[in-house]
Design a protein around this ligand. Structure first.
Ligand code: XMP
Length: 506
């Protein structure tokens, strides 16, 4: 495997994903908690960083155990660090060095770049530049403005590159990473969904043995794939609980439950909508609503779990970005998914935690799911917030408002699917606004609700842009909602990006 030493760059995860796309396993570790590499480690990549190596508080890593012993590739800050620490010099760049640049080889046959085209496009993003390299370093490629765009240390399997091979706009970036991890480090390209499933199933069996495992299903990709993987490993020792908070999409509880049953899972479906609605009565503050929904979820889940006997394990659908975030250089940041953590249950029932997907990125979870025959409608499903429609009904939540929103949402989502637009959108939904406005239907004046349609593109929900849905499509959806959903006489489309807006309205 490859270890990635993280100096805090926004691109570190992208490096890991690119390496994994080469079917080579890699792990990210913070620069200040780097493990002693064992014999399974074939090479190390040093990431970029938001810091300058000249900053007093710049991240410092002790490379003595690895440099010169294992192949190493420094990217951006990583390259500058390798220069500055060993006698080179790094200064602020005289010209802006962001975006496109053309890389020219200085040494044609260097194994890192030999296979690339002669003038290949690379992507730069740095405020500092290496002005002097140490004596025993050799420049292997330059750009018009950056003489030291790539170097190798003589007699050592250590390279530095100033550009970012991991980003899409470095046209042959993946090829360069392949030269490093496959040709230079000698990693075999065997990290595939099949191999992951095989080894994980084996590990799960060894770990869980004959014990019973409990898992909370949400209808989303992660918990569903985790369930299928565990089911393959331990069969009916896996018991799943799927809670209906009454705040799911229309008919979703029934249809997802059916999918789970068809997957052969042992699922307990709990209908608890009334409890949630009763507890939400009169509450308008968004954060209070979230807390109530979270607390109720835990109560319902716990009560159901307590009925089971002999459970020893609690399985969770934690994925790699959650793991990285919790150990990250910048420290754990506030997590928005906290309500899915099933509270104090592990202590109360004395449960051990098992997280079969904790090494996978989202796209890998989908690939594994496909291999496990998890139904396509589950794998391709848009993200959906834990508190469900509860935070898409602005203000107080009532049964009538849930009904109205479910109807409108179904028309929008079905419309996206029928028009082939669903897969081009990262997340979509409808918000029921606390606004009534005047309309006219037939000869009658109406005074009814307004809904906002929301559809965004994103990769991780951190930033998002609204989707330019075709006017004809919006016109049809608007028409269908107003004509068919009693209680709505106006539809608007949300054209705000995140930031400064958020995806949800509450
Ligand atoms: P925002 O609205 O912050 O949402 O732009 C970003 C992503 O997170 C989802 N979201 C939540 N998910 N519990 C969740 O599990 C929550 O309380 C919550 N709030 C927002 C949202 O749907 C989007 O995908």
């Amino acid at each position: 495997k490859i270890l990635i030493l993280d100096f805090g760059s926004q691109y570190t995860q992208l490096i890991a994903r690119r390496v994994r796309e080469l079917n080579v396993y890699c792990e990210i570790h913070p620069y200040n908690h780097f493990p002693q590499p064992d014999e399974s480690v074939r090479g190390v990549i040093l990431s970029g960083s938001p810091y300058s190596v000249r900053d007093a508080q710049a991240p410092q890593a002790d490379l003595s155990a690895i440099k010169g012993r294992l192949p190493m590739l420094g990217v951006c800050y990583g390259a500058q660090y390798l220069s500055q620490q060993f006698g080179g010099e790094v200064r602020p760049s005289a010209t802006r060095e962001y975006g496109r640049a053309i890389l020219s080889k200085v040494v044609a046959n260097n194994p890192l770049i030999a296979g690339l085209s002669d003038r290949t496009q690379v992507w730069m993003s740095h405020g500092d530049t290496i002005v002097k390299i140490p004596e025993n370093y050799r420049i292997i490629a330059s750009t018009d403005t950056v003489p030291v765009a790539a170097f190798q240390i003589e007699g050592e399997q250590t390279w530095g590159i100033q550009f970012h091979p991991e980003v899409y706009h470095s046209t042959e970036g993946k090829q360069l990473l392949k030269h490093f991890v496959v040709d230079i480090c000698g990693c075999r390209q065997q990290w595939t969904p099949d191999s992951f499933i095989e080894s994980t199933v084996r590990e799960l069996r060894d770990k869980i043995k004959g014990d019973k495992v409990l898992l909370g299903l949400s209808g989303g990709v992660d918990s569903s794939v985790a369930a299928e993987l565990l089911h393959k490993a331990v069969g009916d020792q896996l018991v799943c609980i799927f809670v209906d908070m009454g705040l799911l999409r229309k008919d979703e509880f029934e249809s997802v439950l059916k999918s789970y049953e068809s997957m052969g899972l042992n699922v307990i479906g709990v209908r608890a909508g009334d409890k949630f609605l009763a507890d939400l009565a009169g509450v308008t503050d968004p954060e209070k609503k979230r807390k109530i929904i979270g607390r109720d979820f835990i109560e319902v889940f716990d009560a159901e779990a307590q009925k089971l006997t002999d459970v020893k394990w609690l399985a969770q659908g934690t994925i790699y970005p959650d793991v990285i975030e919790s150990i990250s250089v910048n420290g754990p940041s506030a997590t928005i998914k906290s309500h899915h953590n099933v509270g104090g249950l592990p202590e109360k029932m004395n449960l051990k935690i098992v997280e079969p997907l904790r090494l996978l990125f989202k796209d890998e979870v989908r690939r594994v799911g496909r291999q496990l025959n998890v139904p396509a409608d589950i794998l391709g499903r848009h993200p959906f917030p834990g508190p469900g429609l509860g935070i898409r009904i602005l203000g107080e939540v009532t049964a009538e408002k849930v009904r109205i929103l479910q109807e409108a949402d179904k028309i929008f989502i079905d419309g996206l699917k029928e028009s082939g637009l669903y897969d081009q959108v990262w997340q979509a939904g409808v918000m029921l606004l606390p606004v009534q406005s005047v309309g006219v239907m037939g000869d009658e004046r109406t005074y009814e609700n307004c809904v906002a349609l929301r559809a965004v593109t994103s990769t991780d929900g951190m930033t998002a842009d609204w989707v330019h849905l075709p006017y004809d499509f919006l016109a049809k959806v608007s028409n269908d909602i107003i004509n068919r959903v009693k209680g709505i006489n106006r539809v608007v489309y949300d054209i705000s990006s995140k930031p400064p807006a958020t995806i949800e309205w509450e």
